[in-house]
Design a protein around this ligand. Structure first.
Ligand code: HSE
Length: 400
């Protein structure tokens, strides 16, 4: 019997308990042993819940119990998750988590401690929910230099962009709808401002580069400036607008950013709709690969957490190497990356051409007295200089 402790009995923690119960037979067969939850750490009581008698309020009970082999963290946030994770690993317990904030900030350190103690620190659920992406990057795509990892890494905003596109609705209306459906939090800032996707692309970039990427160093734009009018322009261009989190090698350095992009129909991420997530990977020998599926939610996320538990048990006595050093990676300036830019301005075509040179105009949305155009390929610095010269910019969206 493998005894585990779950920290946090919220959506993901209760999902872990559910997955272990519903799939007990198949999991036991795969592991070759039974996995049993001995403790659940939570501040609350859960009277009437089947796990009621497992609830403890003091982490010391878990930390000091030699029977606990694996600590599973599903609380979210950096503290106290970080302290608990460190204590677990230092006392020779394995650690699995769904917590992107913790891994983005402290992943390299936790991996180092796990290595020193010959235990494992796993975090498949921290990016892309139930979609396998951490293990593929760490175990399967190791023959490649990863030249690009780009994804739709936030289900809430993808749902919102899909809804704005299918219904022509405004941002505020779809946000309310997403909140009513339970996708967006009461405070949706982390999703709509791109902070959630930013932590996830920081984790992916750390994994493909083998060094620490701080999310604070990644340029991050959310979807709050996208309007129903922008969606109409995107449709006129045969494109969809998606919040992308992207890292690509530019002259030997990773260039990372989170921003809305207009994608063409033939782009692999174009059809990714609703709350689904997808990660596109380009390796120098592999070429392209795509990972698509349920990127959030109780059971998809718990599925990935439980898969980590299974993997940990399969590797008992062996540290699974994860190439992620604490040394910080120097990123390329995101303004050096080249795109075409879709621009809306109150200025006229003469002014546009004086600032940007040759552009492709897009017919203005009915009733609007504005000029809309797509630039030639240019880098972010050149775009900014031209946009400053032009002035009166209503909105800009990168075109992929
Ligand atoms: N708020 C996140 C999302 C949850 O919408 O994708 C999963 O990290």
């Amino acid at each position: 019997m493998i005894q585990i402790a779950v920290l946090g009995y919220g959506t993901i923690g209760s999902g872990v308990a559910e997955v272990l119960k519903v799939n007990k037979e198949s999991i036991t067969k795969r592991v070759g042993d039974e996995i049993s939850i001995k403790y659940i750490l939570d501040l609350r009581e859960f009277p009437g819940d089947p796990m009621e008698d497992k609830i403890v309020h003091d982490y010391a009970v878990i930390k000091n119990d030699p029977e606990i082999a694996i600590v599973v963290e599903a609380m979210g946030g950096v503290e106290p998750a970080y302290t608990f994770a460190k204590q677990a690993l230092e006392s020779g317990k394995h650690f699995a988590t769904s917590n992107k904030a913790l891994i983005a900030e402290k992943g390299a350190e936790l991996i180092r401690i796990a290595k020193e103690k010959n235990v494992n620190c796993m975090f498949e659920a921290s990016v892309g929910g139930g979609i396998p992406i951490i293990r593929p990057l760490n175990s399967c795509l190791t023959a490649d230099v990863i030249e690009e990892v780009s994804g739709i890494l936030n289900g809430t905003t993808n749902y919102m962009m899909t809804k704005m596109s299918s219904e022509g609705s405004e941002f505020e209306d779809v946000l309310k709808d997403a909140q009513q459906k339970g996708y967006a939090e009461a405070d949706p800032t982390a999703d709509i401002e791109g902070h959630d996707a930013c932590r996830k692309i920081a984790i992916l970039t750390s994994l493909v580069s083998g060094q620490q990427v701080d999310f604070e160093d990644i340029h991050c734009e959310g979807i709050t400036k996208i309007s129903a009018t922008d969606i109409k322009y995107a449709k006129a261009l045969g494109r969809s607008i998606k919040l992308l989190a992207s890292s690509r090698l530019v002259d030997g350095k990773y260039c990372a950013l989170v921003a809305p992009f207009m994608l063409p129909v033939e782009h692999p991420l174009y059809p990714v709709s609703d709350v689904f997530n997808a990660v596109f990977v380009h390796g120098n020998v592999l070429g392209d690969a795509m990972f698509y599926g349920s990127g959030a939610g109780k059971l998809p996320t718990a599925s990935a957490v439980v898969a980590d538990i299974v993997d940990i048990v399969k590797h008992t006595g062996k540290h699974v190497w994860i190439d992620w050093e604490q040394e910080k990676l120097e990123l390329a300036d995101y303004k050096d990356a080249e795109y075409r830019f879709f621009v809306r301005t109150g200025a006229d075509r003469n002014a546009v051409e004086a600032a940007f040179g040759a552009v492709s105009y897009v017919k203005a949305v009915d009733g609007l007295n504005e000029t809309a155009f797509v630039t030639e390929q240019m880098n972010g610095k050149a775009y900014e200089a031209a946009a400053e010269k032009l002035g009166d910019i209503i909105n800009m969206i990168r075109v992929n």
